[in-house]
Ligand binder design. Structure first.
Ligand code: VGL
Ligand code: ZN
Length: 194
């Protein structure tokens, strides 16, 4: 079990039906297997007084993030839909931050990016963590090669210590090995993989 304290936060990335359920539109292989391990982390974090923060991919119906508008992805996590809801077995015991609501791609929990112009805008996550006095982040969820990766890279760039739990993340693997390569890139950037 991971070490938690009041200066550590658990970040639960995008454990939503479209990624975590086999019937989801962007279903990640083994996505549902990580819900119970993540619940155990949530319980451990709360017992230690560590804040738990959740992100949700939260797209409008039309966005350049989707294939229908020239982007890379099938329509997924549309605001308010079943696919955008948290997996029903996930314990939700903390604040949820929704990203991408203005049509941005929103891979990182810390910043969203306009898919056409590339302009980046910060979300509330960094300020929220600072308000709680957090300096270390434990990151779990979906998907290893996109939102987990980008969130962990931003975390170390912003000066947080970051730990990704290998048994509580899963990859999209558009190309075989993307998940493994993402973990290597994270290690190289100074993220601890446990
Ligand atoms: C994600 C692809 C598209 C993710 C979000 O949560 O990792 N991946 N949108
Ligand atoms: Zn998305």
């Amino acid at each position: 079990m991971t070490r938690y304290d009041a200066r550590t936060a658990l970040l639960v990335v995008d454990v939503q039906n479209d990624f975590a359920d086999a019937k989801g539109s962007l279903s990640v292989g083994g996505g549902d297997e990580i819900v119970e391990p993540i619940n155990a982390e949530i319980a451990a974090a709360r017992a230690a007084g560590a804040p738990v923060v959740y992100t949700q991919d939260w797209h409008p119906q039309r966005t350049a993030h989707f294939e229908t508008e020239g982007g890379p992805w099938p329509v997924h996590c549309v605001q308010g839909s079943w696919g955008a809801a948290f997996h029903p077995d996930l314990r939700v015991e903390g604040e949820a931050l929704q990203k991408g609501a203005g049509g941005e791609d929103g891979y990182s929990g810390f910043s969203v990016r306009d898919p056409r112009s590339g302009d980046r805008v910060s979300t509330r996550l960094e300020a929220l963590l600072h308000e709680h006095g957090v300096r270390r982040l434990v990151i779990v969820g979906l998907a290893t090669d996109y939102c987990v990766k980008e969130s962990a890279l931003d975390a170390v760039r912003l000066g947080f210590e970051a730990v990704v739990l290998g048994q509580a993340v899963r990859a999209v693997d558009l190309q075989p090995g993307d998940g493994e390569r993402a973990l290597e890139a994270l290690r190289a950037a100074g993220v601890t993989i446990e």
